[in-house]
Design a protein around this ligand. Sequence first.
Ligand code: NAD
Length: 741
Amino acid sequence: MELTRENLRKEMDSFRSSLKEESISHSEKSFYLEKDGEVASIILDEVGTKANKLSTSNMLRLLELFMEIESDSKIGCIVFKSRKPTIFIAGADISEIEKMGEADGEDASQGLMKLQAVFTYLEKMPIPSIAAIHGVAVGGGLELALSCDYRMMTDAPETRVGLPEVLLGVIPGWGGTQRLPRLVGLEKALDLILTGRQVDSRTAKKMGLVDKVAPKELLEVKAMQWARSLAKSRAKRRYDGGHSLMERVPGGKYVVFEVAKKKLLEKTKGNYPAPLKAIEVIKATYGGNLEKGLKVEAKAFCELVGTPESNNLISVFFLNDAVKKDKGTESGVAGLPVVHSAVVGAGVMGGGIAQLFAQKGVRVRLKDINWKAITQGFKTAHAIFAKRVKRKRMKPFELDNAMALIEGTVNYTGFQHTDLVVEAVVEDMEIKKKVFQQLESVVGEKTILASNTSSLSITELSEATKNPSRVVGMHFFNPVEKMPLVEIIRGNHTSDEAVATIFQFSKKLGKTPVVVKDGPGFVVNRILAPYLNEAVFLLLDGVAPEDMDQIMEKFGMPMGPATLLDEIGLDIGAKVSKILYGAFGDRMKPPPFMEQVVKDGFLGKKTGKGIYVYGKAKGEKTVNQELIKTFKPKARDAKLTDEVVERRMTYLMVNEAARIYAEGLVRHVSDIDVAMIFGTGFAPFRGGLLRYADSLGAESIVSELEVLSRTYGERFKPCEYLQQLSVKGGTFYERSGNGKK
Ligand code: NAD
C-alpha cells in the first residue's frame, strides 16, 4: 500500500499497536501542543532526559499532533520549539537503529517508510511550518526541520545542525538524502551528508539551510512573529535549491558525484560503505520524484544497518556515551570543581594545555623557569586561538578575552588559590619530584596535583610528596587541541576524589577520559610501542615505508606507522621504546640502528628529515634514502605479503592489549578500545582494537601469532590470556550476537 496521507491516517492503528502503552504515554507527556491564536506550537520536551529523541513512539505522537492541528481550521501555522537548554532534537533513538539491524530487510524498510511518511505528512500539510531551532538539531532532528517549510536558528555556539548518520555507518533515512540536496543544492548537501559534520548558524545560513538567524533570547519572539504573519498568508515554501554553477552546466552533476566519490575514497580507502551508498542514492534520485526517492533511501538505509561496519560504529557511539555517564570511579564520588588552575612547564604540551583551559573559560597561571620559555608558551596558545579565529570558530575579541585568562609567572605566586595544577615539565623523574615538592608547599590543602608525564610512574612521583592521595596522572596527547583522549593515571595512593575531579574536568574540556592504573607506558604508548618497533623491523626486512603506510591506512589507521614515527619524532620513539624495554624485557626490545639515525639528526618532521624527507609544500615527502642506507634492509621476501605485514603490526597490538587487560590496568575491556580510538585514531569502523580481535577470534590470532613467532622471533609469542581465550573459545567482549556478520 502506498503511504499517502490518507493511507497513513488509516495506518495509525496498526502503527499504535506495534508500540507499548508506556512509551505512548511517555511520548504524550513529552511532545505536546500550545495554541496561541492562529499559531500552534509543538513543544518538544522529552520527559526524564536532557535530549529530545525521535523514537518510533515520539514519531507517532508527532503524527497525532499534526492531525489534531489539521482538525482545527483556525490554525494557520505550526512552530516546533524545544524546551531543552542545549538540544533541539538529538536525532533518532540509536538503540532502535541498532535493533533494525536484526530485522528482516524488507520489514525494516516498510517500517522505516512509515516513519518517513510522518515527515512527508507534515511537509504536505496545507499550512506552513517553522522549525525554531536552539541547540543541536542533528540526524532525524534536522530531517524534521527540513520537512518544515521554514527554519530559524539561534546563533548560540551550542546550536548546530548536521546529518551525522554516516558516522554510525548508515545514511540519513527520514528524507535527509532527498530534502537536503533539494534545498541547498548537490555540492553543499554532499559535503554535509558524506562527512557527517555539523555546522553553526553562520554556515547554515550561508548555505541556505536555514532562512533566519536570531539571538537565543529572541528566538521565541521572532519565531512567533514570523508564524503569525505566515498564518495570515499561509505561504508554503517550494524548494528553490542553492544549485552551484557546476550543477547547472551540462554534465556538471556527473562531475560533482565523481569528484565527491574520488575524495571520499582517498579519505576512507573504501572502508566506510555508508557514504558511498549515500552518493549512490542521491545520484539515483536527485531531481526525481520525492516519494520514489524516499523509497530508494529507505531500502539503502536498511542494507547498511546491521552490517559489521555500522554495528561497530554504533558500538563506538555507545562507548562514548558511556564515558559521558561515567564518573571515573567505582565509588561514584563527585569531583571537585576546577575554576582556578595552573600549568607548570610552558613547552609544547604546557602551552597547549594552558590554551585548552583558557578556551573553556578556566583561569590558568602558566609557570616556567624563565620568561623566554613563558613567552614561547604564550605563542603556542595564541597560535592555536589564531587558527580558530581564522576558521571563524571564534571572534577576535574572544581570542583576547581567552588569552587574558592565561597569566605567566616565574614563581609560584597565586598558586595557593588553584584547584588544579598540571605539571608538564621535562620528562625527568628527579626534576618532576622537585616540582611536586615545591608545589606542595605553595598550594592549598584541596588542590589536585596532576602530571602530564607520558611514561613515568605516578606512584613513585606521589611518594615524593606528603599527601600522595592528591597526585594523579593527566596524560594529554600531542597536539592537545586536536587529540580527544586524556589518560587519567591512578597511582597506588591516588584518591577517588582526585580521579573523579580529573575525569569530570576532562569532560568539561571536551575530552574523552579513560582511567588506567599506573604502569609503564600506561595504555596507549604501551600498545603503540611494539607496533612502531615492528614498523622499523619491517623496514629492516625490506618493506618500503610508503608500502607499510599504505597497508595500515587501508587497514583504517589515520596515518601509516612510518609517517606516525616521523610525527612523534624518532628520538621520542626511541626514548619510549627504551623505557618499555627496561620494563617489559625482550618483547619490547628496540630495533637496531635507532640510536644511530637519531644521532644522524633524522628526528622526523620537526627536523625535516626522518623516515621521510619533507619538502616545503604541504604533504610533500619522499623516502629518506640516507636513513634507509643506515638500516641496510634485506630484499623483501615473497612470503612477506601485505597481509603478513599488516598482521605483524596489528597482532602485536592485540597481544599487548590482552596483557594490559589481564593485568587489570583498566576497568573495562572497552577502556582499551576507547583509548586506542580516541588516542590514536584506531579504525573506528572496526569498533576498536579488542572488538577487532573478537571479530577474528582468539583461536585464529593465537595460531597466527605462533606462526609469526616461529618465523620472526619470540616477541610474537601469544600471551597467556589470549591462549586461555583461545582454548575456551572466549571473546574479550560478551557476545551480543546482533547484526549481520
Ligand atoms: P618541552 O621540553 O617542550 O617543555 C618542557 C618545559 O618545562 C620547558 O619550557 C622547560 O623550561 C620547563 N621546565 C623545566 N623544568 C621546570 C621547572 N622546574 N619548573 C617549571 N618549568 C620547567 O616538553 P613537552 O614536550 O612539552 O613535554 C612536557 C611533558 O609532557 C613531559 O613529561 C612529556 O613526557 C609529556 N608529554 C609530551 C608529549 C609530546 O608529544 N611532546 C605528549 C604527551 C606528554
